[in-house]
Design a binder for this molecule. Structure first.
Ligand SMILES: [Zn+2]
Length: 205
């Protein structure tokens, strides 16, 4: 069975920066704009019920070259509901992403990273890679301060890293400021900002 992937062994100086809980008309747009400005790509793990409300917006983000991942339909703790319910959560959002973008996604992140063998097996049935991240202590959704978000991220910056932030649910201004500083530093250090699927394709053999 697949395992949750927090980083990809690769010789490539590339990082996948990911954002959970959108789409959000304000912050997802701002985030994509910041990546577009430096020629980078981001991955957005989106919630189905929010995709349903903004399918055209989701298509725009996809058309700009960013990746849309499955983050369930209603953001439950998947290990606390039945297997059938968990399957339905993923299936509904799989369909919504395909309807909005024209393609099926290959990446999934469990809400709250709450996952067990059954969750991983369900993700496998969709052909998904289950994606985690290295910087899980930023707690950026709690507005701990831009400095804290960055301090908890720097140690994990290396080729193959997957980083997690939030562009949905509440005031994300600290995250936006952190991303502005992060992108500035990563690009000046020569890192390539790629989608999760692109990073996975560069796995060392
Ligand atoms: Zn989430």
């Amino acid at each position: 069975m697949s395992e949750m992937i927090h980083a990809v062994p690769t010789a490539s100086k590339a990082i996948a920066v990911t954002f959970d809980d959108g789409p959000n008309a304000e912050y997802t747009r701002k985030t994509a704009d910041m990546f577009n400005a430096v020629g980078g790509k981001a991955t957005f793990f989106m919630i189905g019920e929010k995709i349903e409300a903004h399918p055209d917006f989701v298509r725009d983000i996809h058309d700009e070259g960013h990746e849309i991942g499955n983050h369930s339909y209603s953001h439950p703790f998947l290990t606390r509901i039945s297997g059938d319910e968990a399957f339905a959560e993923l299936a509904r959002t799989d369909k919504l992403i395909e309807q909005a973008t024209g393609i099926r996604t290959a990446v999934f992140r469990a809400p709250y990273l709450d996952s067990n063998d059954e969750t991983l097996a369900i993700a496998d049935r969709f052909g998904y890679s289950s994606i985690g991240a290295l910087n899980l202590d930023t707690r950026d959704w709690e507005m701990p301060g831009t400095d804290h978000i960055l301090a908890q991220t720097w140690d994990h910056v290396r080729g193959g890293a997957i980083l997690l932030f939030h562009d949905g649910s509440g005031d994300r201004s600290q995250t936006m400021e952190a991303i502005r500083i992060l992108l500035d530093k990563l690009t000046s250090e020569g890192y390539e900002l790629v989608t999760v699927s692109e990073l996975l394709s560069r796995r060392s053999r």
